[in-house]
Design a protein around this ligand. Structure first.
Ligand SMILES: C[S@@+](CC[C@H](N)C(=O)[O-])C[C@H]1O[C@@H](n2cnc3c(N)ncnc32)[C@H](O)[C@@H]1O
Length: 268
């Protein structure tokens, strides 16, 4: 019997080879397409796309031992700085056909490729907008499970905060790829990473932070969880009150209060 080459990685929706050296995603498209010249490996009736950590900060983060990307099959993702769609194409494999991803970039020169990719991959939608101004795309993006940002701007941390405030659901995960040289070319990257962590940590819970060397120099990934605002945190109740509230709340009001993600209809 032939040995299986591809195995599930410890991280959800990611695969690796039997030497645990390479990263792969299971191709959403059948037959698989190599959008960016990546190697396709067939195994057990599935097609897997090889994912190079030197070309993707998310793959570099996984290679550096990330504990959790927050991205699951069925997740709704806001991807800021989608560019030609290289890393977004792998996220599209990860979230699968039940998931959805808003892919935002402000550069017309990358939009053409991104639009073609979104035509091929139905779980991706392109949005041309400036991530500084979430209010300009509020009507086009729903609440999301994950915000991923890879934008080389001086105020990248502020951009991330604004978008997490506007779109990330409570309990959702945000991943910020920090490029130190874009913030200050003279300062020690470690100091910049610490400053960004402190700034974001005032508002969101930092769950992980790690450098991306040797795959990306002077970059780190900061991961946050959106915690409920303090005033919404349930207070400890006495046993009697808890029983009384449970009896009054048998109508599942918590579920009915949740804002369901609005998935835009694709225009044909
Ligand atoms: C490093 S590239 C992203 C590469 C991509 N994440 C990948 O791995 O395939 C950064 C992208 O961010 C975009 N960008 C920079 N500033 C932006 C802004 N204010 N709003 C939207 N996109 C921006 C650039 O146009 C560029 O395409």
């Amino acid at each position: 019997m032939a040995l299986s080459k591809i195995k599930a990685h410890d991280i959800f929706e990611i695969y690796t080879d039997f030497r645990r050296k390479g990263l792969f995603t299971k191709s959403l498209l059948k037959p698989a397409q190599s959008h960016f010249g990546e190697r396709i490996v067939k195994d057990g009736g599935f097609n897997y796309r090889n994912w190079e950590p030197k070309r993707s900060k998310l793959a570099a983060y996984v290679m550096k031992g990330c504990p959790n990307t927050g991205i699951r099959s069925g997740s709704v993702v806001l991807y800021l700085g989608a560019s030609h769609g290289h890393t977004p194409s792998y996220v599209s494999d990860m979230i699968g056909k039940e998931g959805f991803m808003f892919c935002l970039d402000f550069a017309p020169r990358v939009m053409r490729d991104l639009v073609f990719l979104c035509e091929a991959r139905e779980n991706m939608a392109p949005i041309m907008a400036d991530a500084h101004h979430p209010e300009t795309y509020l009507d086009r993006v729903s609440e999301v499970d994950v915000v991923f940002q890879d934008i080389a701007q001086r105020d990248q941390a502020e951009i991330f905060l604004r978008n997490c405030r506007a779109f990330l659901k409570e309990g959702g995960v945000g991943l910020l790829a920090v490029k130190a040289k874009s913030i200050n070319i003279k300062k020690d990257p470690k100091q910049i990473f610490a400053e960004v962590r402190d700034m974001i940590g005032k508002e969101f819970m930092i769950t992980d932070m790690r450098g991306l060397e040797p795959f990306e120099m002077d970059h780190c990934m900061i991961v946050i969880k959106k915690r409920p605002p303090v005033e919404d945190t349930p207070k400890k109740e006495s046993g009697r009150n808890r029983r009384r509230n449970n009896n009054n709340n048998n109508n599942n009001s918590r579920d009915s209060n949740r804002r369901a993600p609005v998935r835009p209809r694709r225009r044909r």
